[in-house]
Design a protein around this ligand. Structure first.
Ligand SMILES: [Ca+2]
Length: 276
């Protein structure tokens, strides 16, 4: 289980030394500590064409190399509004024109973790997920798997950034029309700010919006200073090499931005998304 992971285990999944380990453990180590043999709860069955749909209607699909299943879309405005209403917290000012099916922005890393904890507790209470399963952000390496990158051997997201010079749409820059929502100067889409999460075709794993629209918070710290957390995917206000599949960005976990949102995953606690 998560609390007993060794440094080697954490390094294996990309959060060793760079992960906010204490926060991760405190946040998710709610697991019953009884002695004896435990049977792991099976992960929901899902495929690229037949996603698992959770209790609030979110689809999840598998990714290569990990047990984790990941959200097909970033968290939408409508979903985050429902959460804020249930929690009694104010919905963040989106600053720019948006709609219910656009990704929510202006959320801090810590607020995204709180969202994951809320959904985990909700589905555990309803006995829809086991007490060895939980929602969280994707790890940096899971995000790479989702976007189609091979295994990356560098230790930190900062060191992995832009090491593989390919874009989600192919090897050549700039993007052609209709592949994603990027900076208005590229003239490859019709959106000045965010766009609906399903405005562009999904990748071969059935995942939408990994490239462009909004940066997505990941679990991991960016580098060994442990000051900033990792962002992936580029956004509506970005162009250039920052749109590479392997590009990483970073921000203060208490910071927020009009082009920063998040995507969630359903993971196993006892292995913390150990490789298959
Ligand atoms: Ca655009």
């Amino acid at each position: 289980m998560l609390g007993y992971l060794t440094d080697a285990d954490l390094k294996d999944i990309g959060v060793s030394r760079i992960g906010d380990r204490r926060r991760l453990l405190a946040a998710f180590a709610k697991l019953a500590q009884e002695d004896g043999f435990r049977v792991a709860t099976p992960m929901p069955k899902a495929s690229a064409t037949n996603p698992h749909i959770n209790s609030i209607g979110m689809p999840f699909v598998p990714i290569p190399r990990f047990q984790t299943i990941v959200g097909v879309y970033p968290i939408k405005v409508a979903e985050y509004k429902s959460y804020c209403q249930e929690k009694g917290t104010p919905f963040p000012d989106q600053a720019n024109p948006t709609a219910e099916n656009h990704p929510v922005v202006n959320v801090t890393w810590h607020e995204c973790i709180d969202y994951c904890l809320w959904l985990t507790a909700k589905e555990r209470d309803a006995e829809l997920i086991g007490d060895d399963q939980f929602y969280r952000l994707l790890t940096d390496l899971e995000w790479s798997s989702a976007v189609g990158l091979p295994n990356e051997s560098e230790d930190t997201p900062a060191e992995r950034s832009k090491q593989k010079p390919v874009y989600p749409w192919g090897p050549a820059y700039p993007p052609r029309k209709g592949v994603g929502n990027y900076h208005p100067s590229l003239r490859c889409d019709d959106y000045d700010f965010t766009s609906p999460v399903d405005a562009f075709p999904p990748n071969e794993r059935g995942i939408y919006d990994l490239s462009g629209n909004v940066w997505e918070w990941c679990m991991d710290n960016f580098n060994t200073s442990r000051t900033y957390h990792t962002l992936r995917g580029g956004a509506w206000d970005f162009y250039g090499s920052g749109l590479m599949s392997s590009a990483r960005n970073a921000n203060d976990p208490f910071g927020k931005g009009t082009s920063v949102g998040f995507r969630i995953a359903l993971a196993m606690q006892d292995t913390f998304s150990k490789k298959k």
